[in-house]
Design a binder for this molecule. Structure first.
Ligand code: PHE
Length: 328
């Protein structure tokens, strides 16, 4: 009997189970009621009691081996079928349900980046927690000047002040301090202001800053660049108009409007970099000049996609986000 048990054990070890019918054969031969192992148990009853101990253990071990083999083989076969379907059945419909979509803010940001990249602007980045110097003072906001009130600021520390940047213009200063002109950059990023939007407080939004500094940069360059941008962004027929404005760090300053439906809509602030700002960054204002501009990404996204509530951008409502699948 011991020989028989050993032979079955060897047979199970060697056996390859390649498909469902071989699995069933295995089950019938080794596991079912009519299995050879059950026959062994029947014979077991007839052997002399002295031999029972060792043989009993061996049959039980064989039974366990057979069960394990069955489990393993059936798992392997299941895995195999799933894989086969995934990789080989190209006629199955694509599974699109779980696909996300790019957030509208990111879409517009990418579009702005690609428009300016084509005319030689590179992309830069800077900190969102910022020293007063970079967010205000170097940008020609005198201390205690009412211009600071235009941007309701979150303070991280006082004296010396550290703020959540209220605009991306902080990076203008960092770049001009670090690098010599020519500088031709755009700076997309998050900015923070304590603004109230219809009873809900709203504390951050996105901007793209632009800066071009070199010898002989003129207001004409500013207008050409921004006109080009408006046409690429909103369509070739778009008209623009510049209105005089005020920012401490640009002189002269202008807001740009685009023609929209039957009227005009403001989309960005801009101007020639104030000579004080160039000097604050160690650049000779007699030699260099430049222009800068800043726009809110939310505003542009709202125009492009006709969205009327700013809060939709940050609520993460899947019904809203799904609408931007495939949108340009
Ligand atoms: N930083 C200004 C704002 O946030 C926009 C701006 C940038 C204006 C660059 C002029 C030049 O309102």
């Amino acid at each position: 009997m011991l020989d028989l048990i050993n032979n079955y054990k060897k047979e199970i070890d060697k056996l390859q189970i390649n498909n469902a019918s071989e699995l069933e054969d295995f089950r019938v031969k080794f596991i079912s009621k009519k299995s050879v192992i059950n026959d062994l148990f029947k014979k077991f009853k007839t052997i002399p009691p002295k031999e029972k101990g060792e043989i009993g253990i061996k049959i039980n071990v064989l039974k366990t081996i057979a069960k394990n083999k069955l489990n393993e083989a059936s798992c392997q076969l299941k895995k195999g079928t799933v894989l086969k379907n995934d990789f080989e059945d190209f006629s199955l419909p694509p599974r699109t349900e779980d696909l996300g979509s790019i957030h509208p803010i990111r879409k517009i940001k990418n579009k702005i980046i690609s428009i300016f990249s084509e005319i030689g602007f590179s992309i830069e980045d800077g900190p969102e927690i910022e020293k007063d110097w970079y967010n205000f003072t170097a940008l020609n906001f005198p201390e205690n000047h009412p211009a600071r009130e235009m941007q309701d600021t979150f303070f991280v520390e006082r004296d010396p002040d550290i703020v959540l940047r209220t605009h991306t213009s902080n990076v203008q200063i960092r770049l001009m301090e670090e690098k010599k002109p020519p500088l031709r950059v755009i700076i997309p990023g998050k900015v923070y202001r304590n603004e109230t939007v219809s009873s809900k407080s709203h504390c951050f939004f996105h901007q793209v800053e632009g800066l071009f500094v070199n010898e002989g940069v003129s207001f004409k360059d500013l207008k050409d660049t921004l006109y080009y941008f408006a046409k690429e962004m909103f369509g070739k027929k778009t008209k623009v108009r510049f209105r005089p404005s005020y920012f401490p760090f640009t002189e002269p300053s202008a807001e740009m409007d685009i023609s929209w439906k039957s009227g005009w809509l403001e989309i960005l602030g801009s101007g020639m970099v104030d000579p004080n700002v160039l000097e604050n960054c160690g650049l000779d204002s007699k030699k260099y000049s430049g222009f800068a501009f800043g726009m809110g990404i939310e505003r542009i996204a709202m125009l492009k996609y006709q969205i009327d509530d700013l809060r939709l951008f940050s609520q993460n409502d899947i019904r809203f986000l799904k609408q931007f699948r495939g949108a340009n």
